[in-house]
Design a protein around this ligand. Structure first.
Ligand code: SAH
Length: 392
């Protein structure tokens, strides 16, 4: 049971799924227990998963106190999440989709990505950890997939007092190279060692957008990981592509991905380097590009990191704008929860001023539709991007 302090039920009434420690008057139970959440008058507002060691003390399963949290509940939620994906256009264009997007699919702390017939699951909160087995069983049955690889090794598990866990939870496969097809392009996903669950599915439609813009352009792909944007750009007719990525393993897979597609490999140059340094080097060489993609890692996980992150975002955007030929395009992204879309836009605006570049926003980007954002959970809206054109 969780009893809230007087007046601290407001966010729950708006259906926000998190209960912070500061709102809790008293609580009892063990990690992962389903608890009733009561307001100061004793009225039950929600059923939630208790997490005594986390600042997020509980995550709501349901606001309907008559529901019972058990095997059927999770089966239902998974079925609902899968039905949403089946109805998406993306389901026709790719066999790699995010099937469960945590809070926004009513399963706080659970992320499930599908890579062809392999699922990758992350159990990131005490509640879903408790229900791990029934969730895995329901995923196998309802998705029809052959195996589930668990990547419960994200840092946030520590905040929940949970140890990391990785490996096949169901079935078995070659986990280091799962072949997927995205908009007709072949990629290999390393679900064992790759970043996050192995591939950045949230950028799928933005890669497709870059592909449509790339014809005849010299492209720079900053933070290229396994070559997603680079290969899309080449498939779209880019005249050449320079891809910069610091991880040796990611560059190795990027080369494999390139070889897996019928494209002219001589047009891509994979550079294993630090983007911050390499942009300056390219500038010193006097090179210019017609389309630049910047997709850095999460520089500000929370608002507390925003200031340092802002400096880093400004730096790369400034150098990218300097490298951009007149009329050139910059597709620039931030996946930092701690940097709002508004702040990101003002950072890019500041970068343009300092670069002496006149530029305009012509499109805005977000995460693909298989990463829904529940309206009551704005924290789920982490990915933002701008397509900026540099005036001629
Ligand atoms: N655009 C990619 C995803 C990029 S993820 C896609 O569509 O698949 C961010 C990448 O930046 C990671 O691969 C990470 O290894 C790399 N990275 C992080 N810091 C870097 C740096 N300073 N220089 C170059 N690459 C960096």
């Amino acid at each position: 049971m969780i009893a809230l302090k007087r007046g601290r039920e407001k966010s729950l009434k708006r259906r926000h799924p998190w209960i912070f420690s500061g709102a809790v008057e008293k609580a009892s139970g063990k990690a992962g227990d389903t608890v009733e959440v009561r307001d100061s008058s004793g009225k039950v507002l929600a059923l939630a998963a208790y997490s005594p060691s986390s600042q997020i003390r509980a995550r709501v399963w349901t606001f309907d106190a008559r529901q019972s949290i058990g095997v059927d509940f999770f089966r239902d939620r998974i079925q609902t999440a899968l039905a949403l994906r089946e109805a998406l256009p993306a389901a026709k264009h790719s066999n790699a989709l995010r099937l469960v997007n945590a809070e926004s699919d009513g399963m706080p702390g659970l992320v499930v990505d599908r890579y062809a017939d392999v699922l990758v699951a992350q159990f990131l909160a005490a509640g879903v950890e408790r229900w791990r087995d029934p969730i895995l069983d329901a995923l196998m049955e309802l998705s029809g997939c052959a195996a589930i690889y668990e990547r419960s090794d994200a840092e946030v598990r520590k905040l929940e007092g949970l140890e990391p866990r990785v490996g096949f939870a169901r079935g078995d496969r070659n986990a280091s190279r799962c072949p997927i097809i995205e908009h007709g392009l072949n990629f290999r996903v390393d679900v064992e060692q790759g970043q996050k669950t192995g591939f950045f599915l949230d950028q799928r439609e933005n890669r497709q957008r870059v592909r449509a813009l790339a014809a005849g352009r010299a492209v720079l792909d900053g933070f290229s990981y396994t070559g997603g944007f680079s290969i899309a750009a080449l498939a779209g007719g880019a005249s050449r592509v320079v891809a910069i990525e610091s991880s040796k393993d990611a560059v190795a897979i990027a080369r494999e991905n390139l070889a897996a597609n019928p494209l002219d490999a001589s047009k891509i140059d994979f550079v294993q380097a630090d983007v911050f340094k390499h942009l300056r080097l390219l500038r010193d060489k006097g090179v210019h590009f017609d389309l630049i993609v910047l997709d850095p890692p999460k520089l500000a996980p929370t608002a507390a990191h925003a200031k340092n992150a802002a400096r880093a975002y400004k730096d790369i955007n400034l150098w990218a704008l300097k490298l951009l030929a007149p009329g050139g395009l910059l597709a620039t992204f931030s996946c930092s929860g701690g940097v709002s879309a508004e702040l990101f836009q003002s950072i890019v605006a500041g970068a343009a001023v300092d670069a002496g570049a006149e530029a305009k926003i012509i499109e805005r980007f977000g995460a693909a539709a298989d990463h829904p954002v529940a309206l009551e959970f704005p924290e789920g809206d982490y990915l933002k991007g701008l397509l900026v054109v540099r005036s001629a």
